[in-house]
Write a protein that binds this ligand. Structure first.
Ligand code: ATP
Ligand code: MG
Length: 595
């Protein structure tokens, strides 16, 4: 028996993170939290207001490369959950590593997040943060851990530290420096900070448990020495916090409630909990503290999503830069013509789960087609042109220079978008493969004796072709059938089995059309550490000189359209200009890779 309430009960949450957030909201886990308007320590937030944000999430990229499709998943997830539950999502640059980070990457990341449709402003406040702004607090927290006997300066060599950490089957061995007193450690840590020790001469470690079955808890390193300038703090520091130490603190200072990361950090969670609980107990951080939750990273077939490997493609000039339309970077996807809507839709459909899987690249094209089907205006384009001569044109229309005006809807289901206009004349461009001298069975296009409709124009009957001295076809010949113009009363009097697209020689625009395809021929090009360069698709970029309809004369960079029979295309955002069209293929009308 079903109760009447069952019909009106809310649908169960569609992923485990929503369930966790809903549980926390129901239990008021974070209801008493205060937020001072800016990140800060326990005292700072205690003096603030009750947090108007019901939850806080964050997207924390390291500015050492361009964002890719995997990051889009994290962005849509974090910003999406915050929006869904009355929360706020912070954009935080995890810039604690002095050497690899660059302003170019910072700018590209800001651009990518905005373009995807997300905003780190909430209630007039910008929640754009830099982890390096927290260096002072991180240092203070480190001294507090030392004073509490919970951290020590280890002067073993890097090799000794690694060796003495043990491994899965063997407990670690205590460092000879583990027994130093807090006073000794404090003095030595201050020496580190003052630049008295060389790079690698010492590290600060937590004093936890050298026998823990979780290797991450065997006295993890908190600080290392690196005499390197930092893009934000300059020469102020020669010691820098380790990621595992910095990240939980960044979350806590910002009042993050749900810290969502990928599965490889699962083993770090006990450390995350220990560190924040300890700093709360020491009175440095304000409870309730953030919690970390892990989900399976997005893996997409036929692409690679490691910043390091993407950088290699750029540095070795295998692609034309970070925004090459074949790159799975947000900048590349954007230039290729994928829309923010299609990327968000694909990420949502990929799901959010604890166990990993692969998402087929085709799902991005499916999302793109769904998004553009209703939006993109139509046009005709001929990408591999051959001339079609209508040999009786002057007989019918008195002159070869006469052009019959033709009209087509800008969009078949959206009359409000208006009509396209172009002319049919004595010569038109058609696709080379729309003609053959010897038709295979089922070929309904042009061959001697066959009739086809020039779409939106007239019916023509093929009479043959012209060839050059080598036998290559230089023109196709046909005659026009009078009174067959589309939309006129006589149009249906002549039945044809084939309709082909075309553009007029007199009014078509010459265009460079870049036919992009997958960059790799294998679904998992770098699986198992194999050489992804061996799987490069040699035909991933073909450049065609084609002709497009005159209705596109005013197309602007980033404008998207559907070329009838060909697929979805975009005016290249970098190279396209009025009078010099450069068009990229985004995706075909169907999946050409489907088996
Ligand atoms: P890469 O390994 O490519 O360098 P990363 O994880 O080191 O990527 P970060 O800048 O640290 O890059 O990533 C920022 C955020 O994006 C992190 O929270 C990370 O977990 C998330 N992220 C990165 N790749 C993916 C992915 N494939 N799927 C989901 N989230 C991802
Ligand atoms: Mg990372």
């Amino acid at each position: 028996m079903t109760s009447p309430a069952a019909d009106t009960a809310p649908k169960p949450s569609s992923n485990f993170l929503r369930q966790i957030i809903e549980r926390d909201l129901a239990e008021g886990t974070y209801a008493q939290r205060r937020f001072a308007g800016t990140p800060g320590d326990a005292a700072h937030h205690a003096a603030g207001q009750p947090d108007p944000a019901r939850i806080r999430t964050r997207f924390p990229p390291e500015p050492n490369g361009y964002l890719h499709i995997g990051h889009a998943k994290s962005i849509t997830l974090n910003f999406g959950l915050a929006a869904e539950y009355g929360g706020v999502c912070h954009l935080r640059f995890d810039d604690t590593n002095p050497e690899k980070e660059e302003q170019e990457y910072v700018d590209a990341i800001l651009d990518a997040v905005q373009w995807l449709g997300f905003d780190w402003h909430a209630g007039g406040v910008s929640h754009l943060y830099y982890a390096s702004d927290y260096f002072d607090f991180m240092y203070r927290a480190a001294e507090a851990l030392i004073e509490a006997g919970l951290a020590y300066v280890d002067e073993q060599s890097a090799d000794e530290i690694r060796h003495n950490r043990g491994d899965f089957g063997h407990p670690g061995k205590d460092s000879p420096f583990r027994g130093r007193t807090p006073a000794e450690n404090l003095a030595r840590f201050r020496d580190m900070r003052a630049g008295k020790l060389a790079d690698g001469a010492a590290v600060l470690r937590a004093r936890l448990d050298m026998a823990s079955p979780n290797i991450n808890l065997r006295d993890p390193a908190l600080y290392r020495i690196k005499h390197a300038a930092h893009h934000n703090t300059g020469d102020a520091w020669c010691i820098y916090p380790m990621y595992a130490y910095a990240h939980p603190i960044e979350d806590a200072l910002e009042g993050i409630t749900h810290s969502i990361c990928t599965l490889e950090f699962e083993d770090q969670r006990p450390w995350y909990d220990w560190l924040l609980d300890t700093l709360c107990t020491l009175g440095l951080l304000a409870p309730p503290r953030p919690h970390q939750y892990e989900f399976a990273r997005l893996n997409v077939t036929y692409v690679i999503t490691s910043k390091r490997k993407l950088k290699q493609l750029v540095d070795e000039k295998i692609v034309d830069g970070w925004d090459d339309p074949r790159m799975p970077t947000i900048a590349g996807l954007r230039r290729r013509g994928y829309t923010p809507e299609s990327i968000r839709l694909m990420c949502e459909r990929a799901g959010t789960a604890k166990a990993g899987g692969w998402t087929d690249y085709a799902s991005l094209d499916i999302a793109l087609r769904e998004d553009l089907e209703g939006k993109a205006v139509r046009a005709m384009a001929v990408l591999d042109p051959v001339r079609l001569k209508l040999t009786n044109w002057a007989d019918l229309f008195a002159s070869d220079s006469y052009h019959e005006p033709c009209r087509a809807p800008a969009h078949p289901q959206r009359p409000e978008l208006g009509a396209r206009e172009f002319g049919l004349g004595a010569e038109v461009w058609i696709e080379r493969d729309d003609f053959t001298e010897t038709p295979p069975k089922g070929f309904f296009r042009l061959y001697p004796g066959n009739r086809v409709r020039l779409k939106y124009g007239m019916v023509v009957e093929c009479t043959g072709c012209e060839k050059d001295a080598d036998g290559a076809i230089t023109a196709v010949l046909a005659t026009v059938l009078p009174d067959t113009k589309s939309g006129t009363p006589g149009a249906d009097a002549v039945k044809v089995k084939g309709t082909i697209t075309w553009v007029g020689v007199h009014d078509a625009l010459a265009a460079e059309v870049r036919l992009y395809d997958r960059l790799f021929t294998e679904p998992q090009p770098d699986a198992g550490g194999k050489d992804f360069k061996a799987a490069l698709n040699p035909a991933s970029k073909k450049v065609a000189m084609g002709f497009i309809e005159p209705s596109l004369a005013n197309a602007r960079p980033d404008d998207k359209f559907q070329f009838e029979r060909h697929g979805y295309f975009v005016a290249d955002r970098v190279d396209h200009a009025a009078g010099k069209p450069v068009i990229n293929r985004i995706a075909g009308l169907k999946d050409s890779w489907a088996t």
